[in-house]
Write a protein that binds this ligand. Structure first.
Ligand SMILES: [Zn+2]
Length: 230
């Protein structure tokens, strides 16, 4: 199904992950193979959080998909490159972390073009995926993402790891609340649009999340291995 023809209005993330959206647009919701869970991180790269996360994923033998910000990629090119060099998948989150519905069509297109160009140049990887900030897109962005051959994808569960009060346990419980085989987990390796250092809670939650997935017989990996329907 062509998402551009369906999503002619801005769509809030809560609607996008609702039961109807899951049925109509399983790929957009991030629903994949029932024995696989896609692990995704938004808002990076970050000077402290990303290297710690890369270490953790390396020790766990897990690869993930990182939705990068263009501005942060330009500020921290060596960190962005380290993500790609470690074999993780690269996606586009946007140049700046701003709500697209507050922008006009030209500014929306420019943000996505600039982000994609910066991320491609720095990482040496042509991104295949796009996730708009806050999970909210508009028609201009959806059309531009198609032109750039970026596939939009949201998530099915998240850690709520952006709040000042989140803890490893709260992030773990939030992810597990809606974690099923075929789901896509959203976490953040940054605090650029969140409470300072909230990524520490994410780092504490990730090992038990991976352990639980393994105990349930679910493989964890990037979106490229999620087997999503077109
Ligand atoms: Zn974000």
């Amino acid at each position: 199904m062509n998402p551009v023809s369906v999503l002619t209005q801005p769509f809030p993330a809560v609607a996008a992950i609702g039961p109807l959206r899951r049925r109509l647009l399983p790929g957009l919701a991030g629903l994949g193979h029932p024995r696989h869970v896609a692990l995704t991180f938004d808002d990076g790269p970050h000077a402290d959080a990303t290297p710690e996360l890369l270490d953790l994923l390396d020790r766990a033998g897990v690869r993930a998909t990182f939705f990068l910000l263009g501005r942060m990629t330009e500020e921290l090119p060596e960190v962005a490159r380290a993500i790609a060099d470690a074999g993780h998948e690269i996606g586009v989150h946007g140049y700046d972390h701003r709500l697209l519905t507050k922008r006009g069509p030209a500014a929306t297109r420019e943000d996505l073009d600039r982000a994609t160009a910066a991320i491609t140049a720095v990482t040496g990887t042509r991104p295949a995926w796009w996730r708009p900030p806050y999970g909210v897109a508009n028609t201009a962005a959806l059309l531009e993402s198609r032109r750039l051959r970026l596939r939009p994808v949201l998530w099915t569960t998240w850690g709520r790891d952006w709040t000042a009060t989140c803890t490893p346990d709260s992030v773990y419980r939030s992810v597990l609340r809606k974690l099923d085989g075929g789901g896509t987990i959203l976490l953040h390796d940054s605090d650029v649009s969140a409470a300072p250092k909230c990524w520490l809670a994410m780092l504490g939650a990730l090992p038990p999340i991976l352990t639980t997935c393994r105990a349930r017989g679910l493989a964890v990996g990037p979106l490229a291995e999620h087997g999503m329907a077109r």
